[in-house]
Ligand binder design. Structure first.
Ligand SMILES: *Cc1c(COP(=O)(O)O)cnc(C)c1O
Length: 437
């Protein structure tokens, strides 16, 4: 098959096939990133939509009262974790590490509380407006009434997921009153399925991986005209919901006096599964903060679908199985064998590169963060924790090319912590035990 020729053309593929860690540098990166596939107006509309929903969200989720109906997470410094990483990997991390705490996002405890919840809300808004039940000038708190719940109960929302997307769509969809069907891949954890069933969602389990769960979900949804399929591989609404994070992060950085300019580079490390979450955030960050944000996607060595899609330019026409990998990883949220073509194409000029991490490194990092900071993140989220290490190891060429070597003392390394606060205690202990063995 095409494998041998591809390996000749792209030697890094061989390294990845061996499950050795890599950092791939994106040579299509551009100062002024651009795409014709998506537009900033969609992000602005998403921001406005979430604003309209704030009164409803505050009503429906008491935990959102303090934030006035906004779903947002804090920034946190992690000096002890930085030191622990330096010691463990015997490397100096120049600059300051900080964490964007999406693991603690309200409602569903992962980055999916951005895109996933936004697409459910937007769908609800479109239905309610189309049926004369709502206008954009109304107070959206009316959506919390029994009458509206009964209205939404006529409709179904379906999704395919490795776990966290299903969780946020199930929780939000059921809260509004929708019928929700979640197609879960074999990687999905039992507690996520149990929680969803408890909320009233239908969970369909597959012995196969994420791509199959999505495909089945899409097929079933096509048979039902009253069903909306949330398409993790192609949805622009999801992408826009994730991108809303950027402007808010810009304000947070200003609040803590972190500058982003030629002398103060910002590195952002985003764990990547199919690509929508990290892609949306990356798009927003480059649009709002510009060329001095250097974005790297992080993937497990067994599931580097976005890395191989971008580096070969084949996007969804290549899977990790094609290079002999098995897509089995402790990072369940990242266990995706084939990347989103939409996201890959949009990202071409936006991201600086991708890197990979081993499961062992993920668990080591999980343990270090607990010991050093009492910070629990799920294994997937720890892919971001290793960014500064990977950059130090393999990123010197990138730093030279971008004239960054002598600016690293002023650098910020932002780890996007994508999930974890809902993981049950016994699972946390099991991860720690695994890290120790
Ligand atoms: C979904 C998820 C990601 C990656 O998002 P994609 O849109 O699949 O690329 C990263 N971390 C966690 C914890 C997730 O649940």
């Amino acid at each position: 098959m095409m494998k041998n020729k591809l390996f000749q053309q792209f030697p890094l593929l061989q390294t990845m096939a061996n499950q050795d860690t890599v950092l791939w540098e994106n040579t299509n990166w551009a100062k002024k990133a651009q795409t014709t596939l998506f537009s900033i107006t969609e992000v602005i509309e998403a921001e406005e939509t979430l604003q309209r929903f704030s009164s409803y969200l505050k009503e429906a989720f008491p935990e959102l009262r303090a934030s006035n109906g906004f779903i947002e997470s804090a920034l946190q410094t992690i000096p002890q974790m930085q030191e622990a990483l330096e010691k463990t990997f015997d490397m100096k991390i120049t600059g300051q590490m900080i964490v964007k705490c999406d693991h603690a996002l309200p409602i569903s405890g992962s980055i999916k509380a951005r895109g996933g919840i936004f697409e459910v809300l937007r769908h609800a808004e479109r239905l309610a407006i189309a049926h004369g039940k709502l206008t954009k000038a109304d107070d959206y708190a009316v959506l919390a009434t029994e009458e509206m719940r009964q209205f939404f109960a006529q409709y179904t929302i379906a999704v395919g997921s490795t776990g966290n997307l299903g969780l946020s769509i199930g929780i939000m969809g059921k809260k509004l009153g929708f019928d929700v069907v979640v197609h879960m891949s074999s990687d999905a954890k039992e507690w996520k399925k149990a929680l969803l069933r408890e909320k009233g969602a239908t969970v369909i389990e597959y012995e196969a991986d994420y791509s199959v769960a999505v495909e089945q979900g899409r097929k079933e949804a096509e048979q039902n005209p009253l069903c909306h399929f949330i398409d993790d591989e192609n949805s622009k609404d999801l992408f826009a919901g994730y991108a809303v994070a950027a402007k808010r992060l810009q304000a947070q950085l200003q609040q803590v006096a972190i500058m982003v300019d030629a002398n103060h580079p910002l590195f952002v490390y985003l764990p990547c599964g199919v690509g929508g979450g990290p892609g949306g955030v990356a798009y927003g960050l480059r649009e709002y903060l510009g060329e001095h944000v250097h974005i790297f996607f992080a993937e497990p060595v067994a599931s580097p679908c976005m890395t191989i899609g971008l580096l070969t330019g084949l996007h969804d026409e290549i899977s990790v199985e094609d290079i002999g990998l098995d897509n089995r990883t402790e990072a369940d949220g990242l266990a995706v064998g084939r990347a989103s073509k939409f996201v890959g194409k949009v990202m071409e000029t936006y991201i600086s590169g991708c890197y990979t991490v081993t499961d062992e490194e993920l668990l080591t990092s999980l343990k270090l963060a607990m010991e050093a900071e009492m910070l629990f993140l799920e294994p997937s989220a720890h892919a971001g924790m290793l960014g500064a290490i990977r950059l130090q190891q393999y990123g010197q060429h990138y730093l030279q090319r971008h004239d960054l070597i002598d600016k690293m003392a002023n650098a910020t390394h932002l780890v996007w912590a994508t999930g974890g606060s809902m993981v049950p205690q016994e699972m946390r202990e099991a991860y720690l035990q695994k890290a120790n063995s």
